[in-house]
Every structure is written in C-alpha cells, then in structure tokens.
Ligand binder design. Structure first.
Ligand code: GDP
Length: 308
C-alpha cells in the first residue's frame, strides 16, 4: 500500500516514524511543513523538517521532541555571553545542520536536494520532502499585531491572543518536485496528528496541493485528545478563535477534504458527530508515549485505511 503523510514537527514526526516501521521506502513519502522555517543568526532553520529527520534517524531528543539527543549547548551559551540572541535554543550538533544547510543553499542548491543529501548522511531511507522549495512563512495575526511564527511560538511563548494566520509566499509556491506524483500514486494521504492551523494548513494552502487531493482517500489523526493538546498551542488557538477545542473541531476544520478521521478512545462521545459530517471514524489510543505506541497507532491507521 502506498501512503503520503503530511507532517509538522513533534506530533507529525512521531506518527511518521510509526508509519516508517510498517511501510517500505517505496511505500511511504512524508511531506513536511516549512511554514515554521525562519532565518536566525544568519542561518536558515527548518524546525519541522529537522524534527522529522532527526526522529526517523533515531537522533531526536526524546524529552523535548525537538533538537538532538545527547546535545551540548556551548555555542548558544557563548553567543549569549557576547550579548547575542538566545531565545531560540540551538544545540551544538543542531547548529551543524543549520550551518551546512545554509552553506549549501548559498551555493544554489534547493532545500529538497539538501534534505535528501542530509537524509542519506543520516541513514534515512524513506523520502522526506519539504512541502515546497520556495519560502513560505507563517505569520500569526494576534491582538498585538502580526508576528512571524517563531517570534510568536518561541520568543513570546504563544502568549499573544491569536486572531488568524496567513502564509506569506504560499500563492506563488509550487509543491516540491515529487510531491504531486507521490500523492497521485498513493492509496491514501494521512494527516499526522499535527497542529491543523500552523502545520497542516500551510501544506494544504499551496495552490496545486488542493487539486491533487480531490477524490483521494484522506485520513487525519486528531492532535487533540480530551479537548487538550498533548503539546503546543493548537487547543489555545481554537479557543482564541472562538471554537471549542476538541477532536470534533479538528474533523470539522478538515471537513472538506477528509474521508476518514482517527480519534482517541477518550473522545468516544464525539464519534457520532464526526460521522454526521460523512467522515468515517476509527476510535483508538492515539497517545504516543514510546516507540511501541507509534508503531501500534500507525498499524491501526493503516488497517483503517485498508478497510475503508
Ligand atoms: P510542531 O510543529 O512541533 O508543533 O508539531 P506538530 O504540529 O506536528 O505537532 C503538534 C501537535 O501534535 C499538538 O497539537 C499535539 O497535541 C500533537 N501531539 C503530540 N504528541 C501527540 C501524540 O502522542 N498523540 C496525538 N494524538 N497527538 C500528539
């Protein structure tokens, strides 16, 4: 069975990793949000892409869900001592990724090419594609005005109240080479349990992406369990936008594209409401605390895809 997965960072990487345990490199393509990317300390930083790559390579920090395992922090500490910006924490090993990526970008290479080269170096066999080779930047509209995504997310700890989002550059962005072909030849597309507003919506907002998704089997896994996010601001964003955060709100968010939806057993009471949107449902444990959970949830989702 061929699958294309859409992923953000933390939640996306965990399910993508689970899917990679069951599907061969020929069967799985992972398309990753780049709306969170930004330029900092002169470097191009791609947080979601790196989280997915580090996770599949077994290099991710299991405690934070981002950055590298066994990390040291000498560079950022010394930048701090010099009076430089320290709000975006970058470890020493992580710095190497951003330095080398920036150097290759300056040589004229595309982000997708560099990602492929890095994946080869890290021993990753599955295809991990940035959603586009052109820059798309998520801008968060807040009660304090517009903020670039990392300014809102990391520097301001998601404190400003959210009023909306826009994805700068998305209208002229093309899907990365290989993305449309991967989706067309897939039996289904899986939206990993990522933030709908700022991880999956940027991918869906690329003009040609919507067209290729028409008439496809599309299954999303809820990132909201029992009205709360496992990590990150998705539930807070729903509330501030006047929507009660729940797995149902996520299904409704995607209602025009979804054929199937996976919600946690905790949210059994919402299953009928989702089915009333003419979306098929699977109830299962969706919390991924360890590697076994990732593989088990991926297997449940794949069986659901096969039988629907
Ligand atoms: P980010 O870009 O690093 O914020 O990463 P994502 O958008 O991919 O992931 C954030 C979302 O993942 C949050 O809304 C979390 O609730 C969700 N999430 C994280 N871990 C899990 C998990 O184990 N299970 C489920 N269902 N959702 C999760």
């Amino acid at each position: 069975m061929k699958i294309t997965a859409f992923a953000g960072g933390v939640g996306g990487a965990k399910l993508a990793h689970g899917l990679a345990q069951h599907l061969s490199p020929e069967e799985l393509t992972i398309i990753v949000n780049t709306g969170d990317d930004f330029e900092h300390l002169g470097l191009t930083i791609c947080p979601d892409l790196d989280t997915v790559c580090y996770t599949l390579a077994g290099l991710a920090n299991p405690e934070t869900g981002w950055g590298r395992v066994n990390e040291t922090w000498n560079t950022i500490s010394n930048i701090e001592k010099l009076g430089g910006p320290n709000w975006f924490r970058l470890g020493d090993q992580d710095f190497a990724t951003h330095l080398e990526r920036t150097r290759r970008l300056k040589e004229g290479k595309k982000l997708s090419e560099i990602t492929r080269e890095f994946c080869n170096a890290w021993g990753i066999q599955h295809a991990i594609l940035p959603m586009s080779d052109s820059a798309v930047r998520t801008i968060v509209d807040t009660d304090e005005g517009e903020l670039p995504f990392q300014e809102y997310f990391v520097h301001r700890h998601c404190e400003p109240r959210v009023k909306g989002f826009r994805f700068d550059g998305v209208n002229s962005a093309e899907p990365v080479i290989g993305a449309l072909e991967a989706i067309e030849s897939s039996d289904a597309v899986i939206f990993c349990p990522s933030n709908p507003w700022v991880s999956i919506d940027p991918i869906l907002s690329i003009p040609q992406m919507r067209q290729v998704l028409e008439n496809k089997k599309i299954v999303a896994v809820s990132p909201i369990i029992g009205g709360k996010t496992v990590k990150g601001p998705a539930a807070k964003m729903y509330s501030e936008l006047g929507i009660e955060p729940s797995a149902f709100a996520v299904a409704e968010h995607y209602r025009n594209v979804l054929t199937g939806f996976v919600l946690d057993t905790t949210d059994a009471n919402l299953e009928m409401n989702v089915q009333n949107l003419t979306i098929k449902t699977l109830l299962t444990d969706t919390l991924m605390n360890n590697l076994t959970d990732r593989a088990r949830l991926a297997n449940d989702v794949l069986n659901f895809v096969r039988s629907n």
